[in-house]
Design a protein around this ligand. Structure first.
Ligand SMILES: [Zn+2]
Length: 169
């Protein structure tokens, strides 16, 4: 199991993701493959409701690079915790409390630790949000064999094409 982490998306990267690049049917196939192949939420073992795009934000030569590093099945509560900025912006306080409660139980931490953790993450995200995005690094897609994410190679090849098309544009 992976450790549950808040993974706030810097402002300028909102909407810049694999799901947005791919055609809907390709994303749906990819998401379904990852969820059924992994079989459970990768951070709590719960229901694999969502496919989470794992991104790294790396500062390189003064620019921010957005690098895809994996795809993980995630339950709705863990996924909302990873993207808690979106939850704060769009969801009710009841939902926010539920997500935080879930994270506290998964991380086995107390409320004070969680408040501090959220504060640090929001602050770090604010700093990253000030950079111009240099580019998206999607090399991960080409490194991972189809079988490793539960896809048949022909579908993986279609997804590669859609991504290469996007990069060329
Ligand atoms: Zn979970």
């Amino acid at each position: 199991m992976k450790k549950l982490q808040m993974q706030l998306v810097p402002q300028q990267c909102h909407g810049r993701n694999l799901r947005a690049i791919l055609k809907k049917q390709s994303w749906d196939k990819l998401s379904k493959a990852v969820r059924s192949h992994q079989g459970k939420c990768q951070t709590c073992g719960g229901s694999p409701d969502h496919c989470h795009e794992v991104w790294e934000w790396v500062v390189s030569e003064g620019d921010l690079v957005q690098r895809l590093v994996g795809l993980d099945a995630a339950c709705k509560d863990c996924h909302d915790f990873m993207h808690f900025g979106r939850v704060v912006a769009l969801e009710t306080s009841y939902r926010q409390d539920k997500v935080i409660g879930h994270a506290i139980s998964v991380l086995m931490c107390d409320a004070d630790w969680m408040i501090n953790y959220c504060g640090k993450n929001f602050l770090a995200n604010e700093k990253l949000s000030k950079f111009m995005v240099a580019n998206m690094d999607l090399e991960w897609i080409h490194r991972v064999p189809a079988g490793e994410i539960g896809l048949i190679p022909s579908v993986w090849a279609i997804i590669w094409d859609e991504i290469d098309q996007y990069i060329d544009d």
